[in-house]
Design a protein around this ligand. Structure first.
Ligand code: ADP
Ligand code: MG
Length: 557
Protein backbone atom coordinates (compact mmCIF):
# COMPACT_ATOMS: atom_id res chain seq x y z
CA UNK A 1 0.00 0.00 0.00
CA UNK A 2 1.51 3.31 -1.06
CA UNK A 3 1.40 6.05 1.58
CA UNK A 4 2.58 9.61 2.09
CA UNK A 5 5.20 8.69 4.61
CA UNK A 6 8.75 9.71 5.45
CA UNK A 7 9.50 7.60 8.45
CA UNK A 8 7.13 5.42 10.45
CA UNK A 9 8.66 6.68 13.72
CA UNK A 10 8.03 10.36 13.03
CA UNK A 11 4.73 9.80 11.20
CA UNK A 12 2.40 10.80 14.04
CA UNK A 13 4.32 13.93 15.00
CA UNK A 14 4.64 15.06 11.35
CA UNK A 15 0.94 14.48 10.85
CA UNK A 16 0.09 16.59 13.90
CA UNK A 17 2.45 19.33 12.73
CA UNK A 18 0.57 19.45 9.43
CA UNK A 19 -2.76 19.61 11.24
CA UNK A 20 -1.53 22.48 13.43
CA UNK A 21 -0.91 24.50 10.25
CA UNK A 22 -4.56 24.31 9.26
CA UNK A 23 -6.61 24.09 12.46
CA UNK A 24 -6.70 27.62 13.89
CA UNK A 25 -5.44 27.88 17.46
CA UNK A 26 -3.83 24.44 17.57
CA UNK A 27 -0.33 24.04 19.03
CA UNK A 28 1.78 21.02 19.92
CA UNK A 29 3.70 20.49 23.13
CA UNK A 30 7.37 20.68 22.30
CA UNK A 31 8.75 17.29 21.22
CA UNK A 32 5.48 15.55 22.11
CA UNK A 33 2.51 14.23 20.21
CA UNK A 34 0.17 16.27 22.39
CA UNK A 35 -2.07 18.82 20.69
CA UNK A 36 -3.41 21.72 22.75
CA UNK A 37 -5.44 24.85 22.26
CA UNK A 38 -2.62 27.40 22.31
CA UNK A 39 -4.61 29.99 24.25
CA UNK A 40 -5.59 27.47 26.91
CA UNK A 41 -2.03 26.60 27.97
CA UNK A 42 -1.52 27.44 31.65
CA UNK A 43 2.13 26.49 32.09
CA UNK A 44 5.60 27.23 30.76
CA UNK A 45 6.67 30.25 28.79
CA UNK A 46 3.23 30.67 27.29
CA UNK A 47 1.40 30.38 30.62
CA UNK A 48 -0.35 30.99 32.71
CA UNK A 49 -2.47 31.23 29.52
CA UNK A 50 -4.46 34.13 28.32
CA UNK A 51 -6.81 33.97 31.27
CA UNK A 52 -4.60 32.48 33.96
CA UNK A 53 -5.07 29.24 35.90
CA UNK A 54 -7.97 30.56 37.90
CA UNK A 55 -10.19 31.66 35.09
CA UNK A 56 -9.95 28.91 32.47
CA UNK A 57 -13.01 26.69 32.04
CA UNK A 58 -12.97 22.94 32.65
CA UNK A 59 -10.40 21.36 30.34
CA UNK A 60 -11.41 18.41 28.19
CA UNK A 61 -8.61 16.00 27.37
CA UNK A 62 -8.91 12.98 25.14
CA UNK A 63 -6.62 10.90 23.00
CA UNK A 64 -5.44 7.39 22.42
CA UNK A 65 -3.60 5.64 19.63
CA UNK A 66 -3.02 7.41 16.33
CA UNK A 67 -4.60 6.13 13.14
CA UNK A 68 -8.10 7.41 13.98
CA UNK A 69 -7.71 10.91 12.55
CA UNK A 70 -9.23 13.41 12.68
CA UNK A 71 -9.81 11.99 16.18
CA UNK A 72 -8.65 13.29 18.47
CA UNK A 73 -6.39 16.25 17.69
CA UNK A 74 -8.77 17.46 15.00
CA UNK A 75 -11.31 18.17 17.73
CA UNK A 76 -8.97 20.32 19.80
CA UNK A 77 -10.67 23.68 19.39
CA UNK A 78 -13.03 26.03 21.19
CA UNK A 79 -16.24 24.21 21.97
CA UNK A 80 -14.73 20.72 21.95
CA UNK A 81 -11.43 19.42 23.34
CA UNK A 82 -8.73 21.42 25.06
CA UNK A 83 -6.01 18.86 24.46
CA UNK A 84 -5.52 15.53 22.70
CA UNK A 85 -2.76 13.11 23.58
CA UNK A 86 -1.72 10.79 20.78
CA UNK A 87 0.25 7.58 21.00
CA UNK A 88 1.78 5.76 18.06
CA UNK A 89 -0.46 4.19 15.44
CA UNK A 90 -2.98 2.03 17.35
CA UNK A 91 -0.81 2.34 20.47
CA UNK A 92 -1.97 4.05 23.63
CA UNK A 93 0.01 7.12 24.66
CA UNK A 94 2.28 6.80 27.69
CA UNK A 95 1.24 7.83 31.19
CA UNK A 96 3.71 10.69 31.01
CA UNK A 97 2.40 11.99 27.73
CA UNK A 98 -1.09 12.13 29.25
CA UNK A 99 0.29 13.80 32.37
CA UNK A 100 2.05 16.41 30.21
CA UNK A 101 -1.27 17.13 28.54
CA UNK A 102 -3.09 17.46 31.87
CA UNK A 103 -0.49 19.80 33.32
CA UNK A 104 -0.44 21.93 30.17
CA UNK A 105 -4.11 22.88 30.08
CA UNK A 106 -5.67 22.22 33.48
CA UNK A 107 -6.56 25.23 35.61
CA UNK A 108 -8.35 25.38 38.92
CA UNK A 109 -11.63 24.37 37.26
CA UNK A 110 -10.09 20.95 36.64
CA UNK A 111 -10.06 18.56 33.72
CA UNK A 112 -12.20 15.75 32.37
CA UNK A 113 -10.37 12.91 30.63
CA UNK A 114 -12.49 11.30 27.90
CA UNK A 115 -11.05 7.85 27.35
CA UNK A 116 -12.08 5.23 24.82
CA UNK A 117 -12.45 1.87 26.47
CA UNK A 118 -9.31 -0.05 25.54
CA UNK A 119 -7.12 -1.63 28.16
CA UNK A 120 -4.04 0.40 27.27
CA UNK A 121 -5.91 3.71 27.21
CA UNK A 122 -7.70 2.96 30.50
CA UNK A 123 -4.40 2.16 32.20
CA UNK A 124 -2.33 5.04 30.85
CA UNK A 125 -5.02 7.69 31.23
CA UNK A 126 -6.07 6.15 34.57
CA UNK A 127 -2.60 6.30 36.13
CA UNK A 128 -2.00 9.78 34.71
CA UNK A 129 -5.26 10.93 36.32
CA UNK A 130 -4.16 9.53 39.69
CA UNK A 131 -0.74 11.16 39.47
CA UNK A 132 -2.31 14.48 38.49
CA UNK A 133 -4.73 14.29 41.41
CA UNK A 134 -1.72 13.66 43.69
CA UNK A 135 -0.25 16.85 42.26
CA UNK A 136 -3.41 18.72 43.24
CA UNK A 137 -5.28 18.82 39.93
CA UNK A 138 -9.00 18.21 39.94
CA UNK A 139 -9.34 15.42 37.36
CA UNK A 140 -12.35 13.30 36.44
CA UNK A 141 -12.46 10.49 33.91
CA UNK A 142 -15.20 9.16 31.65
CA UNK A 143 -14.65 5.89 29.83
CA UNK A 144 -16.62 5.58 26.59
CA UNK A 145 -17.62 2.09 25.46
CA UNK A 146 -20.27 2.68 22.82
CA UNK A 147 -19.64 -0.50 20.83
CA UNK A 148 -22.56 -2.93 21.04
CA UNK A 149 -21.12 -5.51 18.65
CA UNK A 150 -19.75 -7.86 21.24
CA UNK A 151 -22.87 -7.96 23.37
CA UNK A 152 -22.88 -7.87 27.14
CA UNK A 153 -20.95 -11.10 27.66
CA UNK A 154 -18.28 -10.77 30.32
CA UNK A 155 -15.86 -12.69 28.16
CA UNK A 156 -14.30 -9.55 26.75
CA UNK A 157 -12.67 -6.48 28.19
CA UNK A 158 -15.82 -4.38 28.03
CA UNK A 159 -17.41 -2.57 25.13
CA UNK A 160 -14.89 -0.67 23.01
CA UNK A 161 -14.91 3.06 22.48
CA UNK A 162 -15.82 3.95 18.92
CA UNK A 163 -17.15 6.94 16.96
CA UNK A 164 -19.73 7.80 19.61
CA UNK A 165 -16.82 9.23 21.60
CA UNK A 166 -16.90 12.25 19.31
CA UNK A 167 -20.45 13.03 20.44
CA UNK A 168 -19.17 13.00 24.02
CA UNK A 169 -16.45 15.46 22.97
CA UNK A 170 -19.05 17.72 21.43
CA UNK A 171 -21.68 17.72 24.14
CA UNK A 172 -19.21 17.92 27.04
CA UNK A 173 -17.14 20.49 25.14
CA UNK A 174 -20.11 22.79 24.60
CA UNK A 175 -21.11 22.42 28.25
CA UNK A 176 -17.59 23.24 29.46
CA UNK A 177 -17.47 26.25 27.13
CA UNK A 178 -20.72 27.50 28.65
CA UNK A 179 -18.98 27.70 32.03
CA UNK A 180 -20.33 24.54 33.69
CA UNK A 181 -18.23 23.10 36.51
CA UNK A 182 -16.34 19.83 36.50
CA UNK A 183 -19.08 17.85 38.28
CA UNK A 184 -21.69 18.96 35.78
CA UNK A 185 -19.46 18.38 32.73
CA UNK A 186 -18.31 14.95 33.85
CA UNK A 187 -21.83 13.94 34.91
CA UNK A 188 -23.21 14.86 31.51
CA UNK A 189 -20.33 13.13 29.71
CA UNK A 190 -20.95 9.88 31.64
CA UNK A 191 -24.65 10.10 30.99
CA UNK A 192 -24.12 10.55 27.24
CA UNK A 193 -21.56 7.72 27.18
CA UNK A 194 -24.04 5.38 28.87
CA UNK A 195 -26.69 6.08 26.22
CA UNK A 196 -24.50 5.73 23.12
CA UNK A 197 -24.73 2.70 20.88
CA UNK A 198 -22.45 2.08 17.90
CA UNK A 199 -22.17 -0.78 15.44
CA UNK A 200 -19.65 -0.88 12.63
CA UNK A 201 -18.99 -2.84 9.47
CA UNK A 202 -15.69 -3.16 7.63
CA UNK A 203 -15.36 -3.84 3.93
CA UNK A 204 -11.60 -3.69 3.49
CA UNK A 205 -8.71 -3.40 5.98
CA UNK A 206 -6.38 -0.48 6.50
CA UNK A 207 -2.63 -0.96 6.38
CA UNK A 208 -0.05 0.03 8.95
CA UNK A 209 2.31 2.86 8.01
CA UNK A 210 5.79 1.38 7.86
CA UNK A 211 5.14 -2.35 7.83
CA UNK A 212 2.35 -2.08 5.27
CA UNK A 213 0.57 -4.92 7.04
CA UNK A 214 -3.17 -5.20 6.58
CA UNK A 215 -5.03 -4.70 9.85
CA UNK A 216 -7.15 -7.81 9.23
CA UNK A 217 -7.79 -10.42 6.58
CA UNK A 218 -10.96 -10.68 4.60
CA UNK A 219 -12.03 -12.14 1.26
CA UNK A 220 -12.97 -9.70 -1.47
CA UNK A 221 -16.67 -10.69 -1.39
CA UNK A 222 -17.06 -10.71 2.38
CA UNK A 223 -17.45 -8.05 5.04
CA UNK A 224 -16.89 -8.03 8.77
CA UNK A 225 -19.67 -6.94 11.08
CA UNK A 226 -18.86 -5.32 14.37
CA UNK A 227 -15.24 -4.67 13.62
CA UNK A 228 -13.40 -2.32 15.95
CA UNK A 229 -11.26 0.60 14.86
CA UNK A 230 -7.98 -1.24 15.28
CA UNK A 231 -8.79 -4.11 12.97
CA UNK A 232 -9.42 -6.41 15.92
CA UNK A 233 -11.91 -9.09 14.97
CA UNK A 234 -15.60 -8.29 14.81
CA UNK A 235 -18.58 -10.47 15.53
CA UNK A 236 -18.83 -12.26 12.23
CA UNK A 237 -17.80 -12.29 8.61
CA UNK A 238 -20.73 -12.41 6.24
CA UNK A 239 -21.25 -12.01 2.50
CA UNK A 240 -21.26 -8.51 1.09
CA UNK A 241 -24.71 -7.12 0.34
CA UNK A 242 -26.47 -3.97 -0.86
CA UNK A 243 -26.12 -0.84 1.28
CA UNK A 244 -29.79 -0.82 2.31
CA UNK A 245 -29.51 -4.38 3.65
CA UNK A 246 -26.33 -3.50 5.53
CA UNK A 247 -28.00 -0.45 7.00
CA UNK A 248 -30.89 -2.60 8.21
CA UNK A 249 -28.45 -5.04 9.81
CA UNK A 250 -26.66 -2.23 11.65
CA UNK A 251 -29.85 -0.51 12.77
CA UNK A 252 -31.37 -3.81 13.94
CA UNK A 253 -28.37 -4.59 16.08
CA UNK A 254 -28.05 -1.11 17.53
CA UNK A 255 -31.71 -0.98 18.51
CA UNK A 256 -31.69 -4.54 19.83
CA UNK A 257 -28.80 -3.65 22.12
CA UNK A 258 -30.29 -0.32 23.25
CA UNK A 259 -34.06 -0.47 22.83
CA UNK A 260 -35.65 2.96 22.57
CA UNK A 261 -39.15 4.16 23.23
CA UNK A 262 -41.38 5.03 20.34
CA UNK A 263 -40.95 8.72 19.52
CA UNK A 264 -37.52 8.99 21.16
CA UNK A 265 -35.47 11.88 19.81
CA UNK A 266 -32.03 10.75 18.69
CA UNK A 267 -28.84 12.06 17.19
CA UNK A 268 -27.40 9.89 14.42
CA UNK A 269 -23.73 9.72 13.48
CA UNK A 270 -22.74 7.81 10.37
CA UNK A 271 -18.98 7.56 10.57
CA UNK A 272 -16.61 6.57 7.78
CA UNK A 273 -13.63 4.44 8.73
CA UNK A 274 -11.10 6.21 6.54
CA UNK A 275 -11.39 4.49 3.17
CA UNK A 276 -15.02 5.13 2.36
CA UNK A 277 -15.83 8.07 0.07
CA UNK A 278 -18.46 10.57 1.22
CA UNK A 279 -20.79 9.51 -1.58
CA UNK A 280 -20.90 5.92 -0.31
CA UNK A 281 -21.32 7.07 3.25
CA UNK A 282 -24.27 9.17 2.16
CA UNK A 283 -25.98 6.14 0.63
CA UNK A 284 -25.73 4.49 4.04
CA UNK A 285 -26.90 7.64 5.84
CA UNK A 286 -29.96 7.78 3.60
CA UNK A 287 -30.93 4.21 4.46
CA UNK A 288 -30.17 4.42 8.18
CA UNK A 289 -32.06 7.68 8.55
CA UNK A 290 -35.13 6.21 6.89
CA UNK A 291 -34.97 3.02 8.95
CA UNK A 292 -34.74 4.93 12.23
CA UNK A 293 -37.81 6.90 11.19
CA UNK A 294 -39.65 3.68 10.39
CA UNK A 295 -38.79 2.43 13.87
CA UNK A 296 -40.67 5.37 15.32
CA UNK A 297 -37.61 7.43 16.24
CA UNK A 298 -37.23 11.13 15.55
CA UNK A 299 -33.81 11.82 14.10
CA UNK A 300 -33.27 15.24 15.61
CA UNK A 301 -29.74 15.65 14.24
CA UNK A 302 -27.87 13.57 11.67
CA UNK A 303 -24.11 13.80 11.23
CA UNK A 304 -22.08 12.18 8.51
CA UNK A 305 -18.33 12.17 8.20
CA UNK A 306 -15.16 10.27 8.79
CA UNK A 307 -14.50 11.39 12.36
CA UNK A 308 -13.14 8.22 13.96
CA UNK A 309 -11.20 6.31 11.37
CA UNK A 310 -9.01 3.27 11.23
CA UNK A 311 -6.27 4.30 8.81
CA UNK A 312 -7.69 3.70 5.33
CA UNK A 313 -10.10 0.96 6.34
CA UNK A 314 -13.20 0.94 4.17
CA UNK A 315 -16.35 0.71 6.18
CA UNK A 316 -18.65 2.67 8.42
CA UNK A 317 -20.27 2.72 11.79
CA UNK A 318 -23.68 3.85 12.89
CA UNK A 319 -24.05 5.59 16.24
CA UNK A 320 -27.40 6.38 17.81
CA UNK A 321 -27.68 8.67 20.81
CA UNK A 322 -31.07 9.20 22.45
CA UNK A 323 -31.09 12.88 23.37
CA UNK A 324 -31.97 14.40 26.71
CA UNK A 325 -33.17 17.93 27.21
CA UNK A 326 -30.62 20.55 26.32
CA UNK A 327 -28.36 18.21 24.39
CA UNK A 328 -29.58 19.26 20.97
CA UNK A 329 -28.51 22.80 21.85
CA UNK A 330 -25.11 21.53 22.99
CA UNK A 331 -24.69 19.66 19.70
CA UNK A 332 -25.67 22.81 17.82
CA UNK A 333 -23.38 25.10 19.82
CA UNK A 334 -20.54 26.52 17.74
CA UNK A 335 -17.11 24.92 17.75
CA UNK A 336 -13.96 26.03 15.98
CA UNK A 337 -13.06 22.43 15.13
CA UNK A 338 -12.77 21.95 11.38
CA UNK A 339 -13.34 18.23 11.80
CA UNK A 340 -16.72 18.38 13.53
CA UNK A 341 -19.25 17.41 10.84
CA UNK A 342 -22.17 19.36 12.24
CA UNK A 343 -21.36 22.88 11.11
CA UNK A 344 -24.72 23.31 9.49
CA UNK A 345 -26.87 22.83 12.58
CA UNK A 346 -30.36 21.44 12.19
CA UNK A 347 -31.24 19.82 8.89
CA UNK A 348 -34.73 20.36 7.58
CA UNK A 349 -36.43 17.78 5.45
CA UNK A 350 -37.17 18.92 1.96
CA UNK A 351 -39.23 16.99 -0.47
CA UNK A 352 -37.75 16.75 -3.93
CA UNK A 353 -38.37 19.98 -5.79
CA UNK A 354 -40.17 19.63 -9.10
CA UNK A 355 -37.90 20.09 -12.11
CA UNK A 356 -38.95 23.07 -14.24
CA UNK A 357 -40.45 21.75 -17.47
CA UNK A 358 -38.37 23.66 -20.00
CA UNK A 359 -38.34 21.47 -23.12
CA UNK A 360 -42.03 20.68 -23.34
CA UNK A 361 -43.95 22.23 -26.16
CA UNK A 362 -41.06 24.27 -27.48
CA UNK A 363 -40.67 22.44 -30.76
CA UNK A 364 -43.24 23.16 -33.43
CA UNK A 365 -43.42 19.80 -35.27
CA UNK A 366 -44.39 21.15 -38.72
CA UNK A 367 -45.02 18.83 -41.70
CA UNK A 368 -43.87 15.24 -40.98
CA UNK A 369 -40.75 14.29 -42.95
CA UNK A 370 -40.70 10.50 -43.38
CA UNK A 371 -37.16 10.31 -44.71
CA UNK A 372 -35.70 12.37 -41.87
CA UNK A 373 -37.55 10.24 -39.33
CA UNK A 374 -36.26 7.04 -40.98
CA UNK A 375 -32.73 8.42 -41.00
CA UNK A 376 -32.80 9.26 -37.29
CA UNK A 377 -34.38 5.91 -36.40
CA UNK A 378 -31.67 4.13 -38.36
CA UNK A 379 -28.87 6.20 -36.82
CA UNK A 380 -30.12 5.42 -33.31
CA UNK A 381 -30.48 1.70 -34.02
CA UNK A 382 -26.98 1.60 -35.49
CA UNK A 383 -25.50 3.25 -32.42
CA UNK A 384 -27.27 0.71 -30.20
CA UNK A 385 -26.03 -2.20 -32.33
CA UNK A 386 -22.50 -0.84 -32.12
CA UNK A 387 -22.59 0.01 -28.40
CA UNK A 388 -20.34 -2.80 -27.27
CA UNK A 389 -17.59 -2.13 -29.82
CA UNK A 390 -17.60 1.63 -29.12
CA UNK A 391 -17.30 1.01 -25.41
CA UNK A 392 -14.36 -1.32 -25.95
CA UNK A 393 -12.65 1.26 -28.14
CA UNK A 394 -13.20 3.96 -25.53
CA UNK A 395 -11.77 1.64 -22.89
CA UNK A 396 -8.47 1.71 -24.76
CA UNK A 397 -8.17 5.42 -25.49
CA UNK A 398 -10.71 7.01 -23.14
CA UNK A 399 -12.69 6.07 -20.07
CA UNK A 400 -14.84 3.36 -21.56
CA UNK A 401 -18.22 5.04 -21.44
CA UNK A 402 -18.80 6.22 -25.00
CA UNK A 403 -20.89 3.25 -26.23
CA UNK A 404 -23.06 3.40 -23.15
CA UNK A 405 -23.38 7.17 -23.37
CA UNK A 406 -24.46 7.28 -27.01
CA UNK A 407 -26.77 4.31 -26.42
CA UNK A 408 -28.54 6.34 -23.72
CA UNK A 409 -29.19 9.05 -26.29
CA UNK A 410 -30.41 6.52 -28.88
CA UNK A 411 -32.72 4.88 -26.36
CA UNK A 412 -34.08 8.25 -25.27
CA UNK A 413 -35.15 8.74 -28.88
CA UNK A 414 -36.54 5.22 -29.35
CA UNK A 415 -38.52 5.37 -26.11
CA UNK A 416 -40.32 8.49 -27.23
CA UNK A 417 -39.75 9.20 -30.93
CA UNK A 418 -41.19 12.31 -32.54
CA UNK A 419 -42.76 13.12 -35.89
CA UNK A 420 -42.40 16.37 -37.71
CA UNK A 421 -40.21 18.31 -40.07
CA UNK A 422 -36.54 17.39 -40.38
CA UNK A 423 -35.59 20.51 -38.40
CA UNK A 424 -38.04 19.77 -35.59
CA UNK A 425 -36.83 16.16 -35.37
CA UNK A 426 -33.23 17.34 -35.05
CA UNK A 427 -34.27 19.74 -32.30
CA UNK A 428 -36.05 16.99 -30.38
CA UNK A 429 -33.08 14.65 -30.85
CA UNK A 430 -30.77 17.42 -29.65
CA UNK A 431 -32.79 17.86 -26.47
CA UNK A 432 -32.81 14.10 -25.85
CA UNK A 433 -29.02 13.89 -26.37
CA UNK A 434 -28.45 16.89 -24.14
CA UNK A 435 -30.30 15.25 -21.27
CA UNK A 436 -29.39 11.61 -21.75
CA UNK A 437 -25.77 11.45 -22.90
CA UNK A 438 -23.71 13.73 -20.69
CA UNK A 439 -19.91 13.59 -20.73
CA UNK A 440 -18.25 15.20 -23.73
CA UNK A 441 -20.34 13.70 -26.52
CA UNK A 442 -23.64 14.84 -25.03
CA UNK A 443 -23.20 18.59 -25.29
CA UNK A 444 -21.32 18.30 -28.59
CA UNK A 445 -24.05 16.27 -30.30
CA UNK A 446 -26.69 18.52 -28.79
CA UNK A 447 -24.95 21.62 -30.16
CA UNK A 448 -24.39 20.07 -33.57
CA UNK A 449 -27.98 18.91 -33.95
CA UNK A 450 -29.40 22.30 -32.98
CA UNK A 451 -27.06 24.08 -35.38
CA UNK A 452 -28.12 21.74 -38.19
CA UNK A 453 -31.79 22.27 -37.33
CA UNK A 454 -31.32 26.01 -37.40
CA UNK A 455 -29.68 25.80 -40.82
CA UNK A 456 -32.61 23.75 -42.18
CA UNK A 457 -35.06 26.30 -40.78
CA UNK A 458 -33.06 29.00 -42.55
CA UNK A 459 -33.56 27.14 -45.83
CA UNK A 460 -30.30 25.23 -46.13
CA UNK A 461 -30.14 21.92 -48.02
CA UNK A 462 -28.84 18.86 -46.15
CA UNK A 463 -25.15 19.25 -47.11
CA UNK A 464 -25.18 22.81 -45.79
CA UNK A 465 -27.08 21.70 -42.68
CA UNK A 466 -24.46 19.02 -42.03
CA UNK A 467 -21.72 21.63 -42.40
CA UNK A 468 -23.54 23.95 -39.99
CA UNK A 469 -23.87 21.10 -37.49
CA UNK A 470 -20.14 20.37 -37.66
CA UNK A 471 -19.46 24.09 -37.24
CA UNK A 472 -21.58 23.97 -34.09
CA UNK A 473 -19.55 21.06 -32.71
CA UNK A 474 -16.24 22.78 -33.51
CA UNK A 475 -17.40 26.07 -32.02
CA UNK A 476 -18.34 24.45 -28.73
CA UNK A 477 -15.57 21.86 -28.49
CA UNK A 478 -12.71 23.79 -30.02
CA UNK A 479 -11.34 20.75 -31.88
CA UNK A 480 -9.97 20.91 -35.43
CA UNK A 481 -9.36 18.08 -37.87
CA UNK A 482 -6.18 16.31 -36.80
CA UNK A 483 -6.92 16.57 -33.09
CA UNK A 484 -8.06 12.98 -33.04
CA UNK A 485 -11.72 13.51 -32.21
CA UNK A 486 -15.07 12.95 -33.92
CA UNK A 487 -14.33 16.16 -35.84
CA UNK A 488 -11.72 14.18 -37.82
CA UNK A 489 -14.60 12.20 -39.31
CA UNK A 490 -17.24 14.94 -39.37
CA UNK A 491 -15.39 17.85 -40.99
CA UNK A 492 -14.18 15.98 -44.10
CA UNK A 493 -17.61 14.34 -44.36
CA UNK A 494 -19.32 17.72 -44.33
CA UNK A 495 -16.82 19.15 -46.82
CA UNK A 496 -17.54 16.25 -49.20
CA UNK A 497 -21.32 16.42 -48.79
CA UNK A 498 -21.99 18.47 -51.95
CA UNK A 499 -20.56 15.49 -53.93
CA UNK A 500 -23.09 13.04 -52.47
CA UNK A 501 -23.22 10.22 -49.94
CA UNK A 502 -20.47 8.04 -51.42
CA UNK A 503 -18.04 10.94 -51.05
CA UNK A 504 -19.27 11.66 -47.51
CA UNK A 505 -18.60 8.12 -46.35
CA UNK A 506 -15.25 7.86 -48.08
CA UNK A 507 -14.11 11.10 -46.47
CA UNK A 508 -15.32 10.03 -43.03
CA UNK A 509 -13.59 6.65 -43.33
CA UNK A 510 -10.34 8.33 -44.25
CA UNK A 511 -10.76 10.71 -41.34
CA UNK A 512 -11.24 7.83 -38.92
CA UNK A 513 -8.14 6.11 -40.30
CA UNK A 514 -6.22 9.30 -39.65
CA UNK A 515 -7.05 9.10 -35.96
CA UNK A 516 -5.36 5.70 -35.68
CA UNK A 517 -1.84 7.00 -35.94
CA UNK A 518 -2.38 10.60 -34.97
CA UNK A 519 -1.83 11.64 -31.39
CA UNK A 520 -5.09 12.76 -29.81
CA UNK A 521 -4.82 16.31 -28.59
CA UNK A 522 -8.34 17.12 -27.46
CA UNK A 523 -10.76 15.53 -25.07
CA UNK A 524 -10.30 12.74 -22.60
CA UNK A 525 -8.38 10.61 -25.08
CA UNK A 526 -5.57 13.16 -24.95
CA UNK A 527 -4.75 12.17 -21.37
CA UNK A 528 -3.85 8.65 -22.30
CA UNK A 529 -1.10 9.82 -24.67
CA UNK A 530 0.77 6.99 -26.36
CA UNK A 531 -1.74 4.41 -25.09
CA UNK A 532 -4.16 5.66 -27.72
CA UNK A 533 -1.77 5.23 -30.62
CA UNK A 534 -2.68 2.44 -32.99
CA UNK A 535 -6.37 2.79 -32.16
CA UNK A 536 -9.06 4.81 -33.87
CA UNK A 537 -10.79 7.52 -31.90
CA UNK A 538 -14.05 6.03 -30.62
CA UNK A 539 -16.00 9.24 -31.17
CA UNK A 540 -14.91 9.29 -34.81
CA UNK A 541 -15.85 5.62 -35.18
CA UNK A 542 -19.27 6.41 -33.78
CA UNK A 543 -19.74 9.11 -36.43
CA UNK A 544 -18.98 6.55 -39.13
CA UNK A 545 -21.49 4.14 -37.61
CA UNK A 546 -24.43 6.52 -37.73
CA UNK A 547 -23.42 8.13 -41.05
CA UNK A 548 -23.53 4.68 -42.71
CA UNK A 549 -26.94 4.00 -41.22
CA UNK A 550 -28.29 7.34 -42.37
CA UNK A 551 -26.99 6.76 -45.87
CA UNK A 552 -28.77 3.35 -46.05
CA UNK A 553 -31.98 4.86 -44.73
CA UNK A 554 -32.13 7.72 -47.20
CA UNK A 555 -31.14 5.49 -50.13
CA UNK A 556 -33.96 3.04 -49.44
CA UNK A 557 -36.47 5.73 -48.56
P1 ADP B 1 -15.76 11.72 -22.02
O1 ADP B 1 -15.93 10.34 -21.51
O2 ADP B 1 -14.34 12.14 -22.17
O3 ADP B 1 -16.57 12.75 -21.32
P2 ADP B 1 -17.22 10.75 -24.30
O4 ADP B 1 -16.90 9.34 -23.98
O5 ADP B 1 -18.63 11.20 -24.20
O6 ADP B 1 -16.27 11.74 -23.52
O7 ADP B 1 -16.74 11.07 -25.77
C1 ADP B 1 -15.44 10.82 -26.18
C2 ADP B 1 -15.28 11.30 -27.59
O8 ADP B 1 -15.60 12.66 -27.66
C3 ADP B 1 -13.88 11.19 -28.10
O9 ADP B 1 -13.64 9.91 -28.64
C4 ADP B 1 -13.81 12.29 -29.15
O10 ADP B 1 -14.18 11.81 -30.41
C5 ADP B 1 -14.88 13.25 -28.73
N1 ADP B 1 -14.32 14.50 -28.26
C6 ADP B 1 -13.64 14.74 -27.14
N2 ADP B 1 -13.31 16.03 -27.05
C7 ADP B 1 -13.80 16.65 -28.14
C8 ADP B 1 -13.81 18.00 -28.62
N3 ADP B 1 -13.23 18.97 -27.95
N4 ADP B 1 -14.43 18.25 -29.79
C9 ADP B 1 -15.03 17.26 -30.47
N5 ADP B 1 -15.05 15.98 -30.05
C10 ADP B 1 -14.46 15.68 -28.91
MG1 MG C 1 -15.63 8.54 -22.60
Amino acid sequence: MKKFLNDADSFVRESLEGLALTQPGLALLEGRTVAVQADRVVTGAAGPGAAGRDCVPVALISGGGAGHEPAHAGFVADGMLTAAVSGGVFASPSVDAVLDGIRAVTGTAGALLIVKSYTGDRLNFGLAAQLAQDEGYAVETVVVGDDIALGDADTHAGARGLAGTVLVHKIAGALAASGADLAEVSGRARSVASRLATMGVALRPGTMPGSGEATFEIDEDRIELGLGIHGESGVEQVGHRPADDLAAELVDRVLAARPLDDGARVALLVNGLGGTPPAELAVLTRAVHRLLGERGLTVERAYQGSVMTSLEMAGASVTVLPLEDGETELLDAPTASLAWPGGGGPVAHHADVAVPDADAGQVDPGEPDERARAAIDAACQAVLDDEHRLTELDQVVGDGDLGEALARGARAWQDDPADGSAASLLRVLSARCRRAIGGTSGPLYAAGLVAAAQALEDGADWPRALAAGVDGIQDLGGASPGDGTMVDALRPAADAAPDGWEAVLAAAEEGVRGTVEGVSRKGRASYVGARGQGHADPGAEAVLTWLRAVREAVRVG
